[in-house]
Design a protein around this ligand. Structure first.
Ligand SMILES: *Cc1c(COP(=O)(O)O)cnc(C)c1O
Length: 413
């Protein structure tokens, strides 16, 4: 006979130690931080958690491998400034993010600009700035050649390859098969010839196949295949490859049963790739480009209970924040099945009593759900409700104008 399976649990959020029931945000008790911020809702990002994460990676990754931060994961200027000092490069995906990256003072040599549908004006800014452009199409390459002529400046280019492989297990697939991202591998040789013919400053390749992957074996397989693909195409390149971006896609645990990524096999795999690259492409800087993995676990979304209602047999806590600030936690940012993010309640009563409650936001839509029937401490009006794992794809990835509530505050602690 099968014994009943224990319910799946969220992994412990050990990056925020509790003191008398309150998460400490870089040493500051959450209640005190809320007073300091002066209002709820807000996002709090803990710089020590980001620093620890980068240090963990640096401790195991091959020294020659560069770490880059994908700004779109969290474009708060203070966060971008923090990362600019911790990693070797920044990757941006719009002129707005390009400005953020340049404002940090980072050498444009170490900034790259990716993404489909870059406008001519944005490409012009990128060439003027001297950043590396990850080219996404034949037309974009032609536009860069024209801009190089017009501005009398070299257009630094890397081709973003849409691999002929699919990265399995990724939460959001962005490579393999027909995709709006990158250039199909079989079209790359023609564009390499175009780079040569037009005298573009060819530097290398980027392969990015997906996001939010918690399977080390699948990430390793994708890195090996990406490397092999880049090596094959390098043979047709007009110049030695000086830049090879193997993407990222490292996931973090959000949901019950999720297991944190095991870095050891990934580090071993990258050490092997790094050694091969030293022989195959001796001039190439190898780059890993991470967004969510660097900042996701460092962020909290903090709301306050404004009402408590009972409907039928269900208890609802209505809080002052919701999907307009944190679309992902409501389950509406790329998830197939809605599941609860890890949630914690700081009760002023410090009760040990618990109940099954749903936490909903102030928007008039059933989608505005932060916790669906979770086991949480019995909360009262005024208590703080905290959503963990909120440091990536939060404020900037949410429809803040929806229903006209104030924009969310963000603090880096
Ligand atoms: C979004 C994106 C990233 C970052 O992805 P994460 O899953 O946040 O690490 C990296 N590179 C490119 C090209 C992207 O579009």
């Amino acid at each position: 006979m099968n014994s009943p399976r224990p319910p799946l649990m969220h992994p412990p959020m050990a990056q925020f130690p509790l003191q008398d029931g309150e998460p400490l945000v870089n040493g500051v008790p959450l209640g005190r931080l809320a007073e300091r911020v002066g209002r709820t809702p807000f996002y709090a990002y803990d710089r020590s958690v980001v620093q620890t994460r980068v240090a963990q990676l640096r401790a195991v990754l091959p020294p020659a491998l560069e770490l880059h931060y994908a700004v779109k994961a969290n474009p708060m200027p203070a966060v971008v400034g923090l990362l600019a000092a911790l990693v070797q490069g920044l990757d941006v995906a719009s002129a707005g993010e390009l400005k953020l990256a340049l404002d940090t003072g980072l050498d444009p040599q170490h900034i790259s600009f990716a993404g489909p549908g870059k406008q001519v004006a944005e490409l012009r800014q990128a060439v003027a700035a001297g950043v590396l452009v990850h080219v996404e199409s034949a037309l974009e390459l032609q536009r860069l050649a024209d801009l190089q002529q017009q501005l009398g400046l070299p257009a630094r280019v890397a081709l973003r390859i849409n691999p002929d492989l699919e990265l399995k297990g990724a939460g959001m697939k962005m490579g393999g098969g027909a995709k709006p991202f990158g250039i199909d591998a079989d079209q790359v040789p023609a564009l390499l010839r175009q780079c040569a013919a037009q005298g573009l400053a060819f530097e290398g390749f980027q392969v990015f196949a997906g996001s939010q992957n918690l399977r080390a074996d699948l990430l390793c397989e994708a890195q090996l295949q990406s490397y092999a693909l880049a090596l094959r195409l390098a043979a047709e390149a007009p110049a030695p490859v000086r830049f090879l971006n193997l993407g990222g896609g490292f996931g973090i645990p959000y949901f019950p049963g999720d297991v944190p990524l095991d870095l050891a096999p990934i580090a071993a795999n990258l050490a092997q790739i790094s050694a091969r690259a030293a022989a195959d492409m001796p001039q190439a800087r190898l780059v890993l480009e991470l967004g969510r993995y660097l900042v996701g676990e460092a962020g909290l979304y903090v709301t306050r209970v404004i009402d408590r209602k009972v409907s039928g047999s269900q208890v609802f806590l209505v809080v002052d924040g919701g999907l307009h600030h944190h679309l992902a936690a409501s389950g509406n940012f790329g998830q197939v099945l809605r599941r609860n993010y890890p949630v914690h309640i700081v009760t002023r009563s410090r009760t040990t009593e618990r109940e099954t409650v749903s936490v909903v936001g102030p928007l008039c839509t059933p989608l505005d759900l932060l916790a669906d029937r979770m086991d949480l401490p019995v909360a009262a009006v005024g208590d703080l409700v905290v959503v963990y794992q909120s440091g990536a794809y939060g404020a900037s990835a949410s429809p803040q104008g929806f229903l006209g509530h104030p924009a969310v505050t963000e603090v880096l602690v």
